[in-house]
Design a protein around this ligand. Sequence first.
Ligand SMILES: [Ca+2]
Length: 316
Amino acid sequence: MTEGKPKRILIDTDPGVDDSMAILLAFASPEVEIEGLSTVFGNVGVDLTTQNALRLVELAGRSDVPVARGAEKPLLRPFTGKGWEVHGRNGLGEADFPEPKGTPDARRAAQFIIDTIMASPGEITLVPLGPLTNVALAVATEPRIADNVREVVLMGGAANVAGNASPVAEANIRNDPESAYIVFHAGWPLTMVGLDVTEKTVMTPEYLDELRRANNPWTDFITRITPHYLSFSQRWGENGFPVHDSSALAYIIDPTLFETRQAYVDVDYHSPYHAGNTVPDWRGQREMEPNVNVCIDVDSERFLELYRQRLSGVQA
Ligand SMILES: [Ca+2]
């Protein structure tokens, strides 16, 4: 797991409570090296997600990691997501933090994604954790990134389970179904880390208490941003929150945590009610080659222990 060179990753993100927790996991893990963050609207607007991304690199003591601001809205639709109800109006559980000192990269996210991938052919793993608008714009602008990326590992979609933003759609896909369609059909190696696995891993109040006791600046940050997020899940009768974005990072850090299955997966963007539905063709009825490696199961206990160890071990 820790042998070999770290994987070089570019995280496209809308922080976001679970994005923040995923980015901190990445910074705490020797298996990955973050090349940059690109930001997108999603949980909150892109002004806030960009500020939050800058806060995260500063918290991690890694202001050298560029942050590129991206799309303000979906390709074809108005932005109507209500992620702020889950993540708080500032995207960080309504906890107050000082203004970040850094400023975004001069390039917009799509160009930053293209430049980063094309500068290191076959090296960069792209990790989208939000709506796929930046990624769709990047691959439409420079289709050669599909052959030059190492792989794409995204948090999003729901193969065999219900949606969380609609009866069938997961929120990242639902927030820009047209972009998701482009990304799923771009012809690159794509792993979908969706609700099938992210909802199987739950952080309970007891787990968060244990994390809090590590008492380092990163776990202190998590302790401040999670109460609002936790109370949203508890309102729905859950004893904890599902671990969405960190699951994609966990797949990159240790794929043996997951069980996967290849399938042709299409994205519905036509339906007035079911846009954003990710539909796997398990029986091969459409006679298409598989385009997605779908995560269908996870060893949650081992994953939660990995997360706890990594964040508890921070000597910041
Ligand atoms: Ca996210």
